[in-house]
Design a protein around this ligand. Structure first.
Ligand code: HTL
Length: 640
């Protein structure tokens, strides 16, 4: 496949884009498209969203200068073209790879990135803040927010619009509407936007906008007065347009793959006072047939052969095991529901959503709503499971405490992507949930080490009731036997499990693992008679009785978790030992109060000190060597 055309090698900055003619911009967009396809084919990435945004990217960089103007991309996953045009073309092949470019925009990566981002719906509030700062200092820069129709379903985006329409700073909001979130977009505003494209006035407006284009680049004064009328007449058509009603000027819908139209509207909108929303219609995956046909499969692509592209679907994942389990639980009990905030595919719920459509809800990118819908269902006797990623549950924390926990409601939180997540990096790491959930009254927190335990925990959680969080990592897991939920064995709630007994409990070193670190601990303990291994699968309630028994006579305890050590399982162990009056050296392995960038999780576990080799090293240091004698525990720094 041809990837580098005649223009792209000479374009290394927005200044280079500005030197091109309008015709060349169209070619540049096509060249960007080829480059993005090739880059994603090597190691995967957010292909479809980036392809859909290339014309917009080119138009924005032609008009604005991002060394001072601020373009705030929502989520930041559609910015491969932006990165290439802002001096990162030579490193774009490293995107999402260890040590490479981030998969989203990051302030620390480039002066051209306005915001460090990865979670959705933040662009409008951030852009509002920037516009207010600009106006307070009378600084001469423009602010543009680019938000997808999916991200617009988030409460944060809607609340920010409410403020923007109230304060009315000069800014452009590009609503990039491709009708898709990761899966089909949902919600009433989404329905409204679909009606915009079929109303007769839209056809008329499109014709008129084409006529207007023939008079492009007319003197600005003329345009401004005509634009006001035009905007009122054609582009603010319905008095019930919700954006208009919120105090924004609304222009559109406009073809977001037509560079001429984009330049025309963007350039003129920036001369108008106050906030204007330019609604552009794009196609996710545009220009790459397979991605256009199946934008869901090509949203986050794995590596592929560009000549014979086949989207790889991961099988035997934790997510799939959960989806299957949820289906079986819903079969066994018609009060079981599953709620997802826009993550049907990622949470393994495609089958469930078909088989139990009446007890499946996608609330959009609105984690807070997902949690409180769960609370409402529970208050009326239903059994909701909120299926959510660890990182995104951060968005629903108040709702967990205020709406679910205070009244001890029967809501199960099925938390996916707990731990380090790989290519998505710092914004998506699931390393805080133990800490933020453990502190919530009535809440339980558990982590299975295999899919059978996951089933047993889900079943027990639904039967026992109350707020129960069960977390699992990203990645693969062996499939358990295909049995109906009635035949699953429940996991005893709150009970840890000793998986390896030391030769003698007297003087033993115990390693307490959690989820993936259980297998690491077992590997590290092989051939070490002094070492015992425990699955610390309940972080709350913690198995204090067993812990205190093991601590009696132990020479040290190591805790290993794929989570921050601040407030995590190791902290819970220290608290329980202290409360039980046991004094034993504890070494906490995990993430030590730092952000973790994108990378290969297994390698990062080792680098951060809780992979199998790293646990082995700590055991050596504690004198629990497989042969010979080591240093005494007292000589070690015990609370790393
Ligand atoms: N919830 C939150 C708060 N943030 C993110 N990023 C997600 C979930 C997961 N997510 C994405 S991209 C995406 C979601 C839901 C769809 C965004 O749809 P939009 O853009 O219409 O805004 P499009 O993909 O180009 O259609 C990522 O984590 C990358």
């Amino acid at each position: 496949m041809k990837d580098v055309g005649p223009l792209l090698p000479g374009v290394n900055s927005p200044a280079d884009v500005k030197r091109l003619s309008q015709e060349q911009l169209k070619q540049l967009a096509e060249e960007l498209r080829s480059k993005i396809i090739r880059v994603c084919s090597i190691a995967g990435g957010h292909l479809a969203s980036s392809l859909g945004a290339v014309e917009l990217t080119v138009a924005l960089h032609y008009l604005y200068d991002t060394s001072h103007d601020r373009i705030v991309w929502d989520v930041g996953h559609q910015t491969y073209g932006h990165k290439i045009l802002t001096g990162r073309g030579d490193r774009i092949e490293t995107i999402r790879q260890p040590g490479g470019l981030a998969g989203f925009t990051a302030v620390s990566e480039s002066e051209h990135d306005a915001l460090t981002v990865g979670h959705a719906s933040t662009s409008l509030a951030a852009a509002l803040g920037m516009a207010l700062a600009r106006d307070a200092r009378q600084a001469p820069y423009d602010v543009v927010a680019v938000i997808g129709d999916g991200a617009l379903t988030g409460g944060m985006a809607l609340a920010a619009l409410n403020q923007i329409g109230h304060l009315k700073p000069q800014m452009t909001i590009v609503l990039n509407d491709n009708e898709m979130s990761i899966s089909e977009n949902v919600g009433a505003i989404n329905h409204y936007m679909r009606t915009l494209q079929v109303q007769p006035w839209f056809q008329r407006a499109e014709d008129r906008s084409k006529q207007a284009l023939t008079r492009m680049w007319e003197p600005l004064g003329e345009f401004a007065s005509r634009a006001k009328k035009a905007t009122r007449r054609f582009f603010d058509p319905a008095s019930n347009n919700p954006f208009h009603a919120m105090g924004l000027r609304y222009v559109g819908p406009v073809d977001g793959h037509d560079v001429d139209q984009l330049l025309y509207y963007l350039d003129h909108i920036r001369q108008l006072d106050g906030p204007t929303m330019l609604h552009i219609v794009t196609r996710k995956g545009k220009g790459y047939k397979v991605a256009e046909t199946d934008p869901i499969a090509w949203h986050g692509a794995s590596s592929f052969d560009p000549e014979n592209p086949i989207a790889k679907a991961a099988s035997h994942t934790w997510s799939k095991a959960f989806g299957d389990a949820a289906g079986k639980l819903a079969e066994a009990d018609d009060r079981v529901w599953v709620i997802t905030p826009a993550m049907r595919e990622g949470s393994g719920l495609v089958e469930y959503s078909k088989q139990h459509a009446d007890r499946y809800i996608d609330v959009g990118i609105a984690e807070d709503v997902a949690v409180t819908v769960g609370a409402g269902l529970a208050l009326r006797g239903e059994k909701p499971i909120v299926a959510i990623y660890s990182t995104f549950l951060q968005r629903g924390y108040d709702q967990v405490i205020h709406d679910v926990a205070l009244e001890n409601l029967d809501v199960v939180f099925a938390i996916d992507r707990a731990g380090l997540v790989g290519g998505d990096g710092a914004t998506h790491q699931g390393i805080f949930d133990l800490a933020y959930l453990r502190t919530v009254p009535n809440m339980s927190v558990a982590m299975p080490r295999d899919a059978e335990q996951m089933r047993g925990m889900l079943k027990a959680a639904l039967r026992i009731g109350g707020p129960k969080a069960i977390r699992w990592p990203r990645g693969s897991v062996p499939v358990p036997e295909d049995l109906p939920a009635t035949e699953w064995r429940e996991v005893e709630w709150g009970a840890w499990e000793v998986l390896k007994e030391p030769g003698s409990r007297d003087g033993a070193v115990w390693v307490v693992g959690l989820g993936p670190t259980v297998a690491y601990a077992l590997r590290a303990a092989e051939g070490r008679p002094k070492v015992g291994v425990v699955d610390g699968r309940f972080v709350k309630p913690l198995d204090a009785k067993l812990l205190l028994d093991l601590a009696e006579g132990a020479s040290a305890i190591i805790t290993a978790e794929d989570h921050t050590v601040l407030g995590g399982m190791g902290s819970a162990v220290l608290e329980a030992l202290s409360e039980g009056g046991r004094s034993v050296p504890v070494v906490r392995l995990g993430v030590h109060d730092t952000t973790v960038p994108h990378g290969d999780p297994a390698a990062q576990h080792e680098e951060l000190g809780y992979g199998p080799t790293a646990i082995g090293r700590t055991l050596d240091e504690l004198g629990a060597e497989s042969a010979g004698s080591g240093r005494a525990a007292e000589t070690l720094e015990v609370t790393r």
